[in-house]
Design a protein around this ligand. Structure first.
Ligand code: 13P
Length: 275
C-alpha cells in the first residue's frame, strides 16, 4: 500500500435513490447494523437515504458504526425556499454525508456547477461532508474526452468551494453510462480516471490529493474487489446493490479485503495504459 492511500480510509456508501419503504428499510438497516456490530469493519460504511427516511435511519443506526446521509441539500442557508432542506437541518439531525451533483440531478434538474458548488459550500459550513459527483457520458467517452470532462467538472465545482481539508469533502467518479446499466468501468479504466482526478485535486491545494475519490456505476459483488483494490479508488458509491443487504454487505467485505492490495492492482492497471 502506498503512503498516500494509507491515510485515506475506504468508504462504502449506499445511494438508495428514490427507493424504499418503512418496512423494507427496517430489514436493510438491521442487516447493515448487525454486520457492522459483529465484525470489526476496518472501512467506513454509510447510507444516503430519501429525506423522509432520515429519521428511521437515525433510530435504526444510532450507536452503530454506520453513517447516514441525504441525497441532496439546498444551496441556501435558510429562508423562503419551499420544498428545500438546509444543510444545517441535516447536520442537526445527525447526518454526516450529502450527495451533491449526482448525474441524475445534473440531467433531470439541470444542476450547474455553480449550484452544485453552492450546495457543497452549504454542506461544508454546516459540518456535513458533501459527496461531489462527476462523470462523463458515453458520447464523451467515445470522443476521447472522458478524462478532460471529469477534470473540468471537478475544477468547475471546486472553483465555488475553494481549497478544503481532505476530511471535509468526498469526490465520486460515476461514469453516466455505467449507472444502473449493469456495465461498470473496468478497474484499469476507472483507475486511470481516478488518477487524473487526484492530479486535478493536487493542483487545487495543499493536501487536497488526500480527498477520497469513490467509484460509482454498477458496482456489484462480482466486480467490487477489482475496483476497490485500485490505488486511487478509495471506496464505492453504490446504487442498486445497496438495496440488497446481501449485496451491500458483500461489497463492504470486498472493500475490507481490498485493503493492502492497492499497489499491486495499480501496477496491473498502469501496465495496461499506453504512454
Ligand atoms: P448503480 O450502482 O445502480 O449503477 O448506481 C450508481 C449510482 O448512481 C450511485 O450514486
Amino acid at each position: 500500500m502506498t503512503e498516500v492511500s494509507k491515510m485515506r480510509r475506504k468508504l462504502v456508501l449506499g445511494n438508495w435513490k428514490m427507493h424504499g419503504s418503512i418496512g423494507a428499510n427496517g430489514q436493510l438497516f438491521e442487516a447493515i447494523r448487525q454486520h457492522a456490530s459483529q465484525n470489526d469493519v476496518p472501512v467506513e460504511v454509510g447510507v444516503c437515504v430519501p429525506a423522509p427516511y432520515l429519521s428511521q435511519a437515525k433510530n435504526a443506526l444510532s450507536g452503530a458504526a454506520v453513517a447516514w446521509g441525504a441525497q441532496d441539500v439546498s444551496a441556501y442557508a435558510s429562508g423562503a425556499y419551499t420544498g428545500e432542506v438546509s444543510a444545517a437541518m441535516l447536520a442537526e439531525f445527525g447526518a454526516r454525508y450529502v450527495i451533491v451533483g449526482h448525474s441524475e440531478r445534473r440531467a433531470y434538474h439541470r444542476e450547474t456547477s455553480e449550484l452544485i458548488g453552492a450546495k457543497a459550500r452549504q454542506a461544508i459550513s454546516a459540518g456535513l461532508v458533501p459527496v461531489i459527483c462527476v462523470g462523463e457520458t458515453m458520447q464523451e467517452r467515445d470522443s476521447g474526452i472522458a478524462e478532460q470532462t471529469v477534470r473540468d467538472q471537478l475544477s468547475d465545482v471546486l472553483a465555488f468551494v475553494g481549497a478544503e481539508s481532505p476530511d471535509r469533502i468526498v469526490i465520486a467518479y460515476e461514469p453516466v453510462w455505467a449507472i444502473g446499466t449493469g456495465r461498470s468501468a473496468s478497474s484499469a479504466d476507472a483507475q486511470t480516471i481516478h488518477a487524473a482526478l487526484r492530479a486535478c485535486l493536487r493542483e487545487h491545494g495543499t493536501n487536497m490529493e488526500q480527498i477520497r475519490i469513490l467509484y460509482g456505476g454498477s458496482i456489484k459483488p462480482n466486480n467490487a474487489l477489482g475496483l476497490l483494490s485500485c490505488a486511487d479508488i478509495d471506496g464505492g458509491l453504490i446504487g442498486g446493490a445497496s438495496l440488497s443487504s446481501d449485496d451491500f454487505i458483500s461489497i463492504i467485505d470486498s472493500a475490507c479485503r481490498a485493503l493492502g492490495s492497492e499497489t499491486r492492482v495499480a501496477e496491473v492497471a498502469n501496465a495496461g495504459i499506453k504512454s
